[in-house]
Design a protein around this ligand. Structure first.
Ligand code: PGA
Length: 252
């Protein structure tokens, strides 16, 4: 059985005050969750605050990005895996579509970030997904396969035994347009098959999250699909009640 995972990607949102309030509200509700693993991914500058606030809870911390170089040194503006470890991070998101589209991150760079996360003992959450144009062209599977294969080429298939994949159709992110449970399930099943072609055991244990306009009201039907093992949540992770409702849906 794959343990469900719900990760909140706060993106570039929050203030010290709003984060303290959000975590306060979340902590109370998260205590009653049984099975689901809950992660929050704050902006780097708030990691220390979040680490302090979550000390006596089971809520874990992830980063939204990670430097592709494992070593410290002359990498202005970057944050290393070792630093993230020191601030209590367990997970690192790599290859979010906003990073790919707005900051020009290539499949190869994303693969190096994935490798850097593993080198630092962090679990990478590899984001993949097609644009609307690509979906309309009927090349969703090709795009997702290419994004995954770049990581397999660098790190090998065994690396996915300690990794998570998040399928996030770009057209569903922040748009209010969620993929239907069947649309998501189809791509999740494709991803699992793609991994299984190389290693069936790794594919079976791999958690594949869905992301893109997940809310409290649509989470249950998504989480009910056999290859959806949780969610990567943007907007709704900034509201404690919405985020907890999603966690509960994944918990049952
Ligand atoms: P959304 O974002 O939930 O706001 O659509 C998801 C994501 O970008 O990870």
């Amino acid at each position: 059985m794959r343990r469900p995972l719900v990760a909140g990607n706060w993106k570039m949102n929050g203030t010290k005050a709003s984060i303290a309030q959000l975590l306060g509200e979340m902590k109370a509700g998260a205590a009653s969750l049984q099975q689901v693993e809950v992660v929050v991914c704050p902006p780097f500058v708030y990691l220390a605050d979040v680490q302090g606030a979550l000390q006596d809870t089971t809520v874990l911390i992830g980063s939204q990005n990670i430097c592709d170089s494992a070593a410290a040194g002359a990498f202005t503006g970057e944050v290393s895996g070792e630093m993230l470890q020191e601030f209590g991070c367990r997970y690192a998101i790599v290859g979010h579509s906003e990073r790919r589209a707005l900051y020009g991150e290539s499949d190869e760079l994303v693969a190096r970030r994935f490798a850097a996360a593993r080198a630092a003992g962090l679990i990478p959450i590899l984001c993949v997904g097609e644009t609307l144009e690509e979906r309309e062209q009927g090349i969703t599977e090709q795009v997702v396969a290419r994004q995954i294969d770049a990581v397999v080429a660098l790190e090998g298939i065994a690396a996915f035994a300690q990794a998570v994949i998040a399928y996030e159709p770009v057209w569903a992110i922040g748009t209010g347009k969620t993929a239907t449970p069947q649309q998501a399930q189809d791509v999740h099943a494709f991803i699992r098959r793609r991994i299984a072609e190389r290693d069936a055991g790794v594919a079976d244990g791999l958690r594949i999250l869905y992301g893109g306009s997940v809310k409290g009201s649509n989470a249950a039907e998504l989480m009910a699909m056999s290859d959806i093992d949780g969610g990567l949540i943007g907007g709704a992770s900034l509201k404690a009640d919405e985020f907890l409702a999603i966690c509960k849906a994944a918990d049952s």
